[in-house]
Design a protein around this ligand. Sequence first.
Ligand code: SAM
Length: 245
Amino acid sequence: MIEANLTSAPSINIKPIGIVNSPYKEKFAIPRQPGLVDAAKGTIALLNDVNTLDSVRGLEQFSHIWLLFVFHGTQAQGWKPLVKPPRLGGNKKLGVLATRSTFRPNPIGMSVVKLDSIETVEQNIILHISGMDLLDQTPIVDIKPYITYSDALPNACAGFAQHQPNSKLNITFSENSRQILTRLTQRLPELSLLIEQVLAQDPRPAYKQNKLDEKVYGMHLYNLNIQWRMLNVETIEVIQINELS
Ligand code: SAM
């Protein structure tokens, strides 16, 4: 007999163990999975009693780590059993548990990212990571080493998400945005590559993929507002880059 007694299910108390610092300051234009934009570099600062060298002893042996985190930017919006995955054009419904939607019964996400290094800065343990798909200030609730023999299953069936999305747009920069990139090179050496990799994914809503539209879009990376538009169905032009205060 299957017993599912909700009233006696234990309550769970989970606290953040770290906070992400990411170049992605808003949801728009964040890649839909990790590993798609390797020029995205950020950090995790460990918190409270987890902020000790003992907690991360041995972690430096691993090139990649699993991050379990809370979708803090969308959790207030709750969840529904059916969602519309962008991969299916945003017009077909699937069960939330068959997708990686952020609107989940418990707003927990999981991403594999590259662990570039671990350092201590004024008694704070900082993990340097890259390739993340995380909003700035995302609370981390657990970190685990990525273990290839068990975690990588190249023959697994992945349903509607079997292959990496194939949108690969060309990116051009206006003369003005090129000059600003040159000025910012010293502070943000990976910025132009980051912009190119983010835009190559086509961050527009699913129903606009492979279509031309005339809108000027803005995205917020680091402290920059980056404006761009479609030149044709295969090319995006970065028009302007403005520093926000
Ligand atoms: N890799 C994770 C997973 O599978 O659980 C996340 C996948 S989810 C489709 C990725 C999207 O979540 C990003 O494109 C971004 O829009 C959104 N996102 C990332 N961090 C978030 C946060 N802290 N709060 C809300 N949304 C977030």
